[in-house]
Design a protein around this ligand. Structure first.
Ligand code: SF4
Length: 363
């Protein structure tokens, strides 16, 4: 049975307003409203984005800390961390004030450390091969709840004696562009230099989408330089209507045209995500069809061996089919690579995030 598409998140109470929800001006106003000097806003922001808790900010008096706690409400309680790849991949499960659960995954590579974050609790896009989609949409995350996943991952890495987080991918739970305003505000917080934000490079941030066309058009006008990743998964409408139900609203041709407009405007190469599913979308003729649609365009195809989810009828393509698919794309003049799937055994890989309170059976 197919699930309905849900674009509007159910109205649920957001956490109290946090400084990461505010612009620099709003923070100053809020701090003054609490009876503190305006410069405290910068002090507080610098400490927060460096991963400090209020208790660590000993440069502030105890009385100030007590007052300022109102703009630093706790956002996530850590439920547990699970790691694999000799500790280089860590999946964290977080609980919000309203018991909502989400997951983030930190992946340490030779040249970078990437955190894959969630933008919604659950997801309303109902992709049948994805564990998150099967649970439906609980609610949108606030800007601060999104940013805080990066702040916490960065602080965790530094506490482990590793370098900090350099890259962020919006490929955890949720469809980022269905929570558009908060996701864009979160991106702005990530790239704003300290003390207003995390000071990350826009080029190190990937925003993924299944193809919410009006939101991609809006993103094109934001003046941002983030990478757009389009989860295509099929080159033809007939199959994509089933695999990515939002395709019934915005079909392949329209979504590709809109995503290429983003690429033309920003000069950023479009990332096409394609989960290879055995006997479903991995046929050589589909590779040829995809190559024909993408030839000569500034794109890179990331082929993702499908990750297993409990009770799913879908399976990863055999290696031979995977190799043939890549070869045909390359022969057709399209850049393509198979993504190293980190975190598979801890259900932390693409399409596996379900934020279950009980540890997953693969662990
Ligand atoms: S694949 Fe992405 S968009 Fe589709 S249901 Fe899963 S989380 Fe949502």
């Amino acid at each position: 049975m197919s699930l309905p598409l849900v674009f509007e998140a159910p109205k649920r109470a957001f956490p109290p307003r946090h400084l990461a929800d505010m612009t620099a001006d709003e923070r100053r106003e809020a701090v003054v409203g609490l009876g503190e000097k305006a410069f405290r806003a910068e002090q507080l922001s610098r400490g927060y984005f460096a991963g400090k808790t209020l208790a660590d900010m000993t440069e502030l008096s105890a009385a100030s800390r007590e007052r300022l706690a109102q703009v630093l409400p706790p956002l996530w309680t850590r439920v547990r961390d699970v790691s694999c790849d000799d500790g280089a991949t860590v999946k964290s499960l977080w609980r919000a004030h309203d018991s909502t659960l989400v997951e983030s995954v930190t992946m340490r590579y030779k040249d970078r450390t990437t955190v894959c974050i969630s933008s919604q609790a659950g997801c309303g896009m109902a992709c049948p091969f994805c564990a998150t989609g099967q649970g439906g949409l609980t609610r949108n995350l606030s800007t601060a709840e999104i940013v805080d996943q990066v702040v916490r991952a960065n602080a965790d890495e530094l506490a482990r004696g590793e370098r900090g987080v350099s890259n962020v991918v919006f490929m955890g739970m949720g469809e980022p562009l269905a929570n558009y305003n908060r996701v864009i505000a979160a991106v702005r917080r990530m790239v704003e230099p300290s003390p207003a934000g995390l000071g990350m490079s826009q080029r190190n941030i990937v925003v993924s989408t299944v193809g919410v066309v009006p939101a991609i058009q809006k993103l094109t006008e934001e003046g941002l330089q983030v990478t757009l990743a389009l989860s295509l998964h099929a080159p033809d409408d007939e199959l994509r209507d089933t695999l990515v139900p939002v395709n019934t609203r915005w079909p392949v041709r329209e979504v590709l045209r809109t995503a290429m407009d983003y690429t033309r405007k920003t000069g950023r190469r479009l990332s096409i995500e394609y989960a290879l599913i055995k006997d479903v979308n991995d046929q050589p003729w589909r590779a040829d069809m995809l190559a024909k649609k993408l030839k000569g365009k500034l794109v890179h195809v990331n082929l993702i061996p499908l990750n297993p989810t409990p009770g799913s009828e879908w399976d990863a393509s055999p290696k031979e089919a995977e190799r043939e698919f890549v070869k045909r794309l390359r022969d057709g003049g399209v850049n393509a690579t198979v993504r190293d799937t980190r975190g598979r055994e801890i259900a932390g890989a693409c399409g596996q995030l379900a934020a279950l309170e009980e540890p997953v059976p693969f662990a």
